[in-house]
Design a protein around this ligand. Structure first.
Ligand SMILES: NC(=O)c1ccc[n+]([C@@H]2O[C@H](COP(=O)([O-])OP(=O)(O)OC[C@H]3O[C@@H](n4cnc5c(N)ncnc54)[C@H](O)[C@@H]3O)[C@@H](O)[C@H]2O)c1
Length: 360
């Protein structure tokens, strides 16, 4: 850390655009450099953010002694490699989701992180969205009593995503790239999920792109205490307007109440019941819109990234581990792997046995 600020280098400048914006607006950070293989995109970002340099060689950022943290926003299939390069160069890592696209590389990654003594934080952005953060704060204040079930979903017609070359290459799936947000929310509230079962369909709409990946899925995930979550995803067909059904939604049912938060609407709903009767709350955070969505439309995540890079910095200052770390992220990937196997076998699958299979 130089001058009490963390110097951050950004790798991958599509979604990486948001973290550049977050760094520029943060008192905890300064921007070290930006990097993308696409030189035209580098120039575009340099102009957009008034920067004076870029590189198309990742090695330049790895060799730069001024850089403390690498923010990784490359295609999913490259994350493991890019994280390990950063750790071996002595950098902390903030990596977007999914941290990896299968568990084959997990053990090596874990050892690499341990040997480096550096942190790897996984940017599960939805946790850092306003209404989702608020729901968590209320939950920690025990507003709904004891948790009974979680209902999480990510439903969004995302066929536009299949225009990207890497979305049609091995390692991409709707499950790992999209549904992970809903899975992460379920695992955030039920960190001991150990069994999953589900059904999925590859719709004709996804097949049209030559992709054989389930685009519509429903799962039940149960934890070691017998509590469970339903987790649903739908990506290849029309969805309702976000005002009717949040694209990402998390509903918590507890002994004393129920709450709902989600993305991308600035709304939170809650009902609690006590001896005096029912208490309904509907909070809105519309004034935060431009903090979260800084570019055209609502297709980037700058506010969430601002929240998580600052959370990362504060944790480092306190000498604590920013979460989700690799261990937590691997558990989430283990749940995804169990989901995949359940679709293949038609049976419930244990998460723990999958993690053990990979030495985790
Ligand atoms: N909510 C979220 O957290 C969120 C949202 C969108 C995307 N993402 C994640 O961000 C990542 C990037 O997604 P995207 O939508 O920006 O994709 P994208 O294809 O637009 O951008 C990826 C960029 O990485 C660059 N790149 C590829 N290999 C490289 C290398 N070896 N060195 C340097 N640059 C390289 C490409 O040129 C491209 O510009 C994905 O992992 C995706 O899952 C996360």
């Amino acid at each position: 850390m130089k001058n009490q600020k963390l110097v951050l280098g950004v790798l991958g400048l599509g979604e990486g655009r948001s973290i550049i914006s977050a760094v520029q607006q943060s008192e905890y950070y300064e921007l070290g450099n930006i990097c993308d293989l696409n030189e035209e995109l580098c120039r575009q970002r340099m102009e957009e953010f008034g920067l004076d340099k870029y590189t198309v060689r990742y090695e330049d950022m790895l060799e730069d002694k001024e850089i403390d943290v690498i923010g990784i926003y490359t295609p999913d299939q490259l994350h493991a490699k890019h994280i390990m390069q950063a750790l071996r160069a002595g950098k902390h890592v903030i990596c977007t989701k999914p941290v990896i696209v299968g568990l084959d590389e997990a053990k090596e990654l874990k050892e690499c992180q341990k040997n480096s003594g550096k942190h790897v934080f996984v940017g599960q952005s939805t946790r850092f969205f306003e209404s989702v953060k608020y729901q968590r704060e209320m939950y920690e204040q025990q507003n709904i009593g004891e948790l009974i079930t979680v209902e999480a979903h990510y439903k969004n017609d995302s066929r536009w995503f299949l225009e990207r070359d890497w979305s049609r290459q091995p390692g991409f799936s709707w499950m790992y790239n999209f549904m992970i947000h809903a899975v992460d929310l379920a695992a955030w509230y039920l960190p001991e999920i150990d069994e999953v079962f589900g059904y999925g369909a590859v719709s004709p709409n996804t097949r049209e792109y030559g992709l054989n990946a389930e685009d519509t899925m429903t799962f039940v995930a149960r934890d070691t205490k017998g509590r469970f979550a339903t987790i649903e995803g739908a990506y290849g067909s029309p969805c309702l307007d976000g005002n009717v059904e949040f694209p990402i939604e998390c509903t918590l049912r507890g002994t004393k109440g129920i709450s709902r938060g989600g993305y991308s609407k600035f709304k939170y709903y809650e009902r609690t019941v006590d001896e005096e009767g029912r208490h309904d709350r509907a909070e809105t955070f519309d004034e935060k819109h431009d903090y979260y969505f800084r570019f055209e439309k609502e297709n980037h995540h700058a506010g969430e990234y601002q929240n998580y890079i600052e959370y990362f910095a504060r944790k480092l200052m306190k000498g604590e581990t920013p979460k989700p770390d690799l261990e937590e992220a691997f558990h989430t990937i283990g749940i995804l792997e169990a989901m995949k196997r359940s679709l293949e076998s038609g049976l419930p699958v244990k998460v723990g046995s999958i993690l053990r299979e990979y030495g985790l």
